[in-house]
Design a protein around this ligand. Sequence first.
Ligand SMILES: [Zn+2]
Length: 311
Amino acid sequence: MSAPSPGLPTDPAVHRPSPASEPVPPVGDGFLPGADRTTLPAPGDLALPVSGRRVLTRADGRFARVGELPADTGWVPVGTLDGVPVWAAEVADPAEPAEPAATDEPAGRWCSWRSLAAELPERFATAAGRALAVVTWRRTHRWCGACRAELADVPGETARRCPDCDLYVPMRLSAAVLVAITRRGPAGGPDELLLVRHAYGPTELWALVAGFVETGETLEAAVHREVGEEVGLAVDRVAYFGSQPWAMSGPGTLLTGFTATAADPSAEPVVDGRELVEARWFPLDALPAELPPAYSISRWLVDAAVSAGRR
Ligand SMILES: [Zn+2]
């Protein structure tokens, strides 16, 4: 058996939930979110300074240790990575790390979550994503939305509470759905996958139909609604595929992936021209090259559809 990079989504089947057969990871393995403030940061703990939407790593791309940063850094707990506590802190005025001098090691480098997710094993990207989310949430939730008093941290939780009116303000998580829609191909031909191009963001990519879940609907209902709104199609056999915490923008997004089949195999997609500019069926053996990146659940869904089409 070959040895894939640890934690990298090389095999989409790994991310297909199969509770019956999947081994339970040992306690403390991988990234576990947490907000435990009962212990103080230790010098050997992992440290993730955050500025805006970027995370500071060592120059070699590894996470720094608490002991390598100033003692007065205001660390907040993020969780544990392989059993080691992870701390994040907002760095108000980051000095852009200088180019490596001839003799000195560079201080480190500021990385977007996108670049971290592309380079690091999945559990590291997840830890960095939560660090970004926690720091962003703390910066944007300082005052009570009801009475304007300054919020206070709730011990042991990623939450704040108003000391005057008792309003409870937890860090929110937004859920989004992505759906890989397939249909029977022409007689003798391979099945086909629906891919779309967006009017904004990475417009060159062929992506999946996706959208945020509204309050008051199930994930499955969101799948049907988004598919109807974005491409005017009806789908059936909607099935859960897996999920991925996502930190490309804003705090707290959980991507949930679904597969589905076109209810009417002869129906063609219709785009609104505003959110989506193009939608097209592609034979599974002739997908475009401009697909979502390998670290994204979008790509795992596409790869899984290709694998299923081969069977
Ligand atoms: Zn209040």
